[in-house]
Ligand binder design. Structure first.
Ligand code: NDP
Length: 248
């Protein structure tokens, strides 16, 4: 299949985890993929190689998604290198979990800036390109806890709920120019981010999931592929749960 043949995509935070799986899936479907990460390290170079080996163009860029100026600069560079942008996936994200009682201002600001402000930064930076070409698909990676909330994750849940509000607003603003904006809300996905959870917490998550397993980065990548491709040409402003049926 070549669902994304000839399209140019940007994926943020794609050296590892879910972003990596999205970048690779896109390349398998014929998209050229520019991706960012804090540094172009061995992980990023490996993803770059896998993309290029698929017969499309792949390039890693070092950029902190929480910085407005760095983001504007890197998107300019990507547009110069790739010509245009058809798909943006705002994936970069972190957790700094602790109870509100112990949460510091720094833990709040860092999570909000990396998870939520980054989505503003990249969407702002690509919007003129997408508006001018009268097409585009923006996919923001939220989380089930952005819908339900979660004890110990007030900062993270707030950032992910903010992404949903942002997504629905952008869908309304840009829809008349055929630019779509949707969110994906993964549940418990097995990556380095969740690997650090205690074993009993992981077991509890799995027990609560109707499909009785944690998700894989590839499960998320397939849902993102749907939203990136023309298969979803009449879908905008939606939040697609990829959570094995977890209650939110
Ligand atoms: P990982 O921690 O495995 O990967 C996160 C990636 O984002 C890393 O490559 C990391 O780079 C990069 N990154 C972190 N900060 C920045 C930054 N400031 N600028 C650019 N890149 C950055 O996370 P996941 O793959 O698990 O998560 C991906 C997304 O999915 C996140 O938004 C997360 O909140 C969301 N999500 C994850 C779930 C899960 O269960 N795993 C569930 C729901 C949502 P580096 O390698 O340099 O650290």
């Amino acid at each position: 299949m070549s669902l994304l043949k000839g399209k140019n995509a940007i994926v943020t935070g794609a050296a590892r985890g879910i972003g990596r799986a999205i970048a690779i899936r896109f390349a398998q479907e014929g998209a050229n993929v520019a991706f960012t990460d804090l540094a172009v390290d061995d992980n990023a170079k490996e993803v770059e190689k896998i993309i290029n080996d698929s017969g499309v163009k792949g390039k890693a860029y070092a950029s902190d998604a929480s910085s407005f100026t760095e983001t504007a600069k890197v998107v300019d560079e990507i547009v110069k290198d790739f010509g245009t942008v058809d798909i943006l996936v705002n994936n970069a994200g972190i957790t700094m979990d602790t109870l509100l009682m112990r949460m510091t201002e720094e833990q709040w600001d860092k999570v909000i800036n990396i998870n939520l402000k980054s989505v503003f930064n990249f969407t702002k930076a690509v919007q003129m390109t997408m508006l001018k070409q009268r097409s585009g698909s923006i996919i923001n990676i939220s989380s089930v806890v952005g819908v339900s909330g979660n004890a110990g994750q007030a900062n993270y849940s707030a950032s992910k709920a903010g992404i949903i509000g942002f997504t629905k607003s952008v869908a309304r603003e840009l829809g008349s120019r055929n630019v779509r904006c949707n969110a994906v809300a993964p549940g418990y996905i097995i990556t380095e981010m969740t690997d650090k959870l205690p074993e009993e917490v992981k077991k509890q998550w799995e027990d609560q999931i109707p499909l009785k397993r944690g998700g894989t980065p590839e499960d998320v990548a397939d849902a993102v592929l749907f939203l990136a491709s023309d298969l979803s040409s009449y879908v905008t402003g939606q939040v697609l749960g990829v959570c094995g049926g977890m209650k939110t």
